[in-house]
Design a protein around this ligand. Structure first.
Ligand code: CP
Length: 316
């Protein structure tokens, strides 16, 4: 793969998951592969897991890592090609991305959806500007519409904890005090669809994901019905795609509680983190035996390492 922006960049998804699981057992098996190579990580938005897991993965492969927090530690960027730059933005992405391409061998970029202009978000304008202006491979650290490193770690976690060949996986919407992007949910649905999982998506009416992501899932507006006999429950909030960026109100009863998990087949609980306790998920569940949120986050290292290892191998 040259870039890693979505599963469409991956030749064989199952092989990539197997690679990540193998790396987990032998994290330093390729510790010289990235020697002399630099991974640049550019964060337009905050991160704990993606930032640290990707740095650790790169170090396990012998790479140097340079991290930049855009806007705070570097110049505010302009993305509009026609802009008269007499405002806050000091540097155009055309120069910034080109310069990073000179310094680094792979560039990682985190750029969330703005949630005001759906067409711009779904065209991935920020990520595309980097790809167009930077000559090196791009590693998505979460874009406006997808979070593929998260989805790879999620798929790996399901593979590790599944007790049957085709478990029932339920992606459940949950409330949140702020409007969040659809990226994690889109990506999870896309990866589960490609893996032919028995995927159900449950959400209140008005919160359907774009059909390009959800078409292979069974969509159910009755959360209790969807949760019945589930083997995995992936909890996530996302704002509306149709009424773009709106978060809705009066939907607090969509929180995942012990009572709701009792409807499942003793399901394992998943969330990408960070999670707001007692808003999205009842805290007792996060602290209980069904929770996979910490192993899921731990797998982010091996997911990132599997992708970087593939990129580095194919660059040779
Ligand atoms: N799940 C995830 O991407 O976490 P961070 O936002 O902390 O990187």
């Amino acid at each position: 793969m040259k870039h890693f922006r979505s599963l469409h960049d991956v030749k064989d998804i199952k092989a990539l998951i197997r690679r990540a699981i193998t790396i987990k057992r032998h994290a330093l098996r390729n510790e010289a592969l990235g020697r002399g190579k630099t991974l640049g990580l550019m964060f337009m938005n905050p991160s704990l897991r993606t930032r640290m897991s990707t740095q650790i993965a790169a170090a396990n492969l012998g790479m140097q890592v340079a991290v930049l927090n855009a806007g705070r530690e570097s110049w505010a960027l302009e993305f509009n090609d026609e802009a008269v730059m007499d405002g806050e933005a000091v540097e155009h992405v055309r120069e910034a991305a080109a310069v990073l391409g000179e310094y680094c061998d792979i560039i990682g970029l985190r750029s969330f959806a703005g949630l005001t202009d759906r067409a711009a978000d779904y065209a991935e304008t920020m990520q595309s500007a980097f790809v167009q202006n930077c000559s090196i491979p791009l590693l998505s650290l979460e874009s406006a519409t997808r979070h593929p490193l998260q989805s790879l770690a999620d798929a790996m976690t399901i593979e590790e904890y599944a007790t049957k060949l085709r478990p029932k996986v339920v992606l459940s919407w949950a409330p949140h005090p702020r409007a969040l992007p659809q990226a994690v949910a889109n990506s999870f649905a896309e990866w589960m669809g490609a893996l032919d999982a028995d995927l159900w998506i449950t959400q209140p009416e008005g919160f359907d994901l774009a059909t390009s992501f959800s078409s292979r899932a069974r969509v159910c507006y009755d959360q209790d019905e969807a949760l019945k006999d589930a083997d995995f429950v992936y909890v996530k909030n996302w704002s509306s795609y149709d009424d773009y960026g709106q978060r809705g109100s009066g939907l607090d009863d969509w929180q995942i509680s012990r009572q709701k998990m009792a409807l499942t087949n003793d399901a394992r609980l998943m969330h990408c983190l960070p999670v707001r306790r007692n808003v999205v998920v009842e805290s007792a569940l996060l602290d209980g035996p069904s929770s996979l949120v910490i192993p899921q986050a731990a797998n982010r290292v091996y997911a990132a390492q599997a992708v970087l290892e593939t990129m580095l191998t194919e660059m040779m």
